[in-house]
Design a protein around this ligand. Structure first.
Ligand code: KG4
Ligand code: ZN
Length: 334
């Protein structure tokens, strides 16, 4: 396939991400604006504020990325955007800007699934994993194990029946009195905790299958925290027990997914993929099986434009073209 240079735009939640990916030269430029501070005082993402901030940020970021890479609309081959799942108002900002730029520049547009972006993100790194592989997608909204045969060839092996892993981190962080987003804060606190003080269950690991359930762990954390007389390390010890249980559970299911598919490669993506203890546990598990685990760098684990530019470029190379409509879907399965 001929080399392609694609602009990618991500606005599905609380990060405005823009990037330029070239199938021959790799990632040419990327820029991100995080809205974390904007929403911090509310304890979660406020959809209307998110949409308005994307409107303010997206075009300046597009300009910056094009300038940095020395590219213009004339030198591009396509524009990719996150079409879902996510917050509808937020998605519509990126989708309408991307679709309009593509129309103005006379280029094809590609509507990308946000989770496909996450699961292809490890291909931004060197060495990139070869197909096929098992992908563990662990974000604030999803926990999925996917058998990835190639671009667009995905089979879901298992998923969370209740809270997503990141959601469980965020809710547990909240009940321990930590700020939003809770995942990184909880991980920092857990590093100081005693792993021997509490032991939480590894949900659904005692029966066959690759589905997950994390909401019970949050309840266990709440009970341990509320019913133990408070002391200086209680919050850290509960955080540690919670993190250990999530990490262990994910590692057990990943091993099972590799055994079931016979694949040697595991790819980890999504915000929780930035978790250090999870990375270490999966590395040990994969090494033990003689396989390999691939992670994107931490900034490409969380939402970003680079993964959307990459996914869009691969889809364009595969011949995919979206029509002139602006696509945005709050709910959309992979
Ligand atoms: O992929 P992402 O940026 O956004 C979604 O599409 O959801 O993932 C965000 C999630 C949040 O729940 C956040 O708390 C979690 O990833 N997260 C972490 C860590 N960094 C981010 N969870 C545990 N440990 C971390 N280091
Ligand atoms: Zn995401």
């Amino acid at each position: 396939a001929p080399p392609l240079c694609v602009l990618g735009i991500e606005t599905s939640c609380d990060e405005t991400g823009v990037a330029l990916y070239d199938t021959r030269r790799g990632l040419l430029a990327h820029a991100l604006h995080s809205q974390v501070e904007l929403h911090a005082g509310y304890g979660g993402v406020v959809p209307e504020l998110a949409s308005r901030d994307h409107v303010r940020r997206v075009l300046p970021l597009v300009r910056r990325v094009l300038e940095e890479a020395g590219e213009t609309g004339d030198t591009l081959d396509g524009v990719a955007y996150t079409a879902g799942p996510g917050l509808l108002g937020a998605l519509l900002v990126g989708a309408s800007v991307a679709r309009s730029l593509a129309w103005g520049w006379g280029l094809p547009a590609v509507a990308v699934h946000h989770m496909e972006g996450h699961l292809l993100a490890p291909l931004l790194e060197d060495p990139a994993p070869e197909f096929p592989f098992v992908a563990l997608l662990v974000s604030g909204g999803h926990t999925l194990l996917v058998d990835v045969q190639g671009v667009g060839r995905y089979r879901i092996l298992g998923e969370s029946l209740d809270d997503a892993a990141g959601e469980a981190f965020d809710k547990t962080a909240k009940l321990l009195g930590l700020g939003y987003p809770g995942g990184p804060a909880l991980a920092r606190l857990a590093a100081e905790g005693d792993p021997g003080r509490f032991r939480f269950p590894r949900p659904m690991t005692d029966r066959p299958g690759l589905d997950f359930s994390f909401s019970g762990l949050k309840t266990r954390a709440l009970t341990a925290f509320r019913d133990t007389p408070p002391d200086a390390t209680l919050a850290a010890d509960v955080a540690r027990a919670f993190e250990d249980a999530v990490v262990d559970t994910l590692a057990i299911k990943c091993r099972r997914a590799l055994e079931q598919t016979g694949h040697g490669r595991l790819v980890v993506a999504g915000g929780v993929g930035a978790n250090r203890r999870l990375r270490a546990a999966l590395q040990v598990m994969a090494a033990d099986r003689g396989g390999a685990v691939f992670f994107p760098r931490a900034e490409f684990c969380t939402d970003n434009g680079a993964m959307i530019a990459l996914a869009g470029a691969l889809r364009l190379q595969a011949g995919e073209r979206a029509g002139l409509e602006i696509q945005a879907r709050a709910r959309w399965s992979l």
